[in-house]
Write a protein that binds this ligand. Structure first.
Ligand SMILES: [Zn+2]
Length: 472
């Protein structure tokens, strides 16, 4: 995307802002409405007690595209917002225009009811979350930081994990952590020349050898104490009827054998993580750094030796590790190869490529693992308020457990504003139990029961936060 004002594709956001204005007239009349970097939306409902830190509700206005080739596969057209009596169909219906509309609907209803908050309510809507959020959340977060300062917000709720039935038990899993992120680019440059008199190895061959070495060695599955998935396992062991016995035993053993020195068991095989990872890749990668060689380019002509081959490796970094873990690992793999082929190694030294060299560099969107949100329930914490609200709306049968996100939301820009960030979609339809509602694919939809429940949840959460005398 080009700059706002130049690239016309951003202008669709004006229409959306107009739609919100007509649909939620009281919000736009009675609350302070501000725009940040043209399309970022901030609504502020000032509370009567200025000593209380605000509740922040977030969502994003943008959606991923619908590829032309898939339009015909949709049951209802992706951009018509068809409501068939059970579902609202369309791109963005569950990621996450449902959340955005539910937030505004909540405020409109509270205004109609003459509600007077003590604790301020702040709403922040980005507009480019699906392409990293740099122009939206990247501007909104500093704007709010200027106003509220470090830890100036009591709690932030953004899109994220939802509800899931596992081990015979329904869980709500607000995301309290996010894995880190980095793409590493590797460029191998070797002499060109005519392919009739080749060297034994070309840049393609050397890059291939590196790829083999990368894939031969996966990152270890490892559960640190602060990994939210460990909390999920403990909750499962305590509350889920079908929780695997083997995992229960390993959990009990882990609880007994806590190392006295933090990190002293790091090199040991993590049997609990390995056993839990057997549930499948979606679970495994909650406790393991992922690596995927996703891009390769090299060579131009069949009779010319390739002077340059490039690969890009995507990583999502496990809790307890950092992008540096991946950089060190790749450097260790590339070092012997550079020696073997008499090439210079530029490992993350700012040289993206050079003749007769293997160069490794990190992408500018490299992101550390998010700080983990506290999940204490023995004190009045935002997590306790959130969990209590879930059980008030959906009943005591739902167990709330800490969730972890393998992707990143707009909250990546908000870490300094609050320690209490939840990536959580509070809407749930007990009858349908359909989780994420086909996000990013054909037939994205949300059940209207799910949506109404989301509004009920936000109504109650805002009021519970207002009453709560937070201890952390
Ligand atoms: Zn989203």
């Amino acid at each position: 995307m080009g700059e706002i004002g130049k690239d016309k594709r951003w202008d669709v956001m004006y229409d959306f802002a107009d739609y919100l204005k007509t649909t939620f007239p009281r919000v736009h009349k009675d609350l302070k409405t501000e725009t940040v970097n043209t399309h970022g939306l901030v609504y502020t409902w000032e509370g009567s007690n200025k000593d209380l830190k605000p509740t922040l509700l977030m969502a994003h206005q943008d959606v991923v595209p619908v590829p032309d080739a898939t339009v015909d596969s949709w049951t209802h057209p992706p951009f018509e917002g068809v409501y068939d009596g059970s579902y609202i169909w369309g791109r963005g219906a569950s990621d996450c225009k449902n959340q955005l509309i539910a937030i505004l609907e909540t405020l409109e209803l509270l205004l109609d009811a003459d509600y007077k908050p003590k604790r301020s309510i702040v709403v922040s809507f980005g507009f480019d979350e699906e392409i990293s959020g740099r122009r939206g959340a990247g501007h909104l977060a500093p704007f709010l930081f200027e106003r509220y300062g470090t830890d100036g917000i009591a709690v932030a709720v953004d899109e994220g994990s939802t509800f899931e039935k596992v081990w015979g038990q329904t869980f709500a899993k607000p995301g309290v952590g996010e894995k880190g992120y980095t793409d590493v680019q590797v460029v191998v440059r070797m002499p060109g020349g005519h392919s009739s008199i080749p060297s034994d190895h070309t840049s393609i061959g050397v890059a291939s050898e590196l790829i083999q070495a990368i894939e031969a060695q996966q990152y270890p599955a490892h559960l640190t104490d602060e990994n939210p998935y460990l909390g999920q396992l403990y909750c499962g062991a305590e509350h889920a009827p079908d929780f695997p016995k083997k995992l229960s035993k390993l959990l009990a053993a882990r609880a007994k054998s806590q190392p006295t020195c933090p990190g002293s068991n790091k090199k040991k095989t993590d049997h609990l993580a390995l056993e839990a990872a057997k549930a499948g890749p979606a679970t495994k990668y909650l406790m393991q750094t992922s690596q995927a060689v996703d891009v390769i380019a090299g060579g131009v002509k069949v009779n010319a030796l390739p002077e340059r081959t490039e690969i890009v490796i995507n990583h999502r970094i496990n809790v307890g590790e950092s992008p540096q873990t991946a950089f060190d690992h790749l450097t260790a793999l590339a070092t012997p190869l550079a020696h073997k082929y008499n090439l210079t190694l530029h490992a993350f030294d700012g040289v993206p490529e050079a003749p007769l060299a293997i160069s490794l560099s990190k992408s500018p969107n490299t992101l550390a693992v998010a700080p983990v949100t506290p999940t204490a329930v023995d004190v009045v914490s935002p997590y306790a308020v959130l969990a209590g609200t879930v059980r008030a709306v959906y009943g005591e049968d739902v167990v709330v457990a800490p969730g972890i996100m393998t992707g990143n939301t707009d909250t990546r820009y908000y870490w300094d504003l609050t320690r209490h960030i939840f990536r959580f979609g509070p809407g749930f339809d007990v009858e349908l139990d359909n989780g994420m509602g086909s996000i990013h694919t054909v037939d994205e939809r949300v059940s209207v029961t799910n949506h109404v429940n989301a509004v009920r949840w936000f109504m109650m959460f805002v009021r519970n936060m207002d009453e709560a005398e937070l201890e952390i």
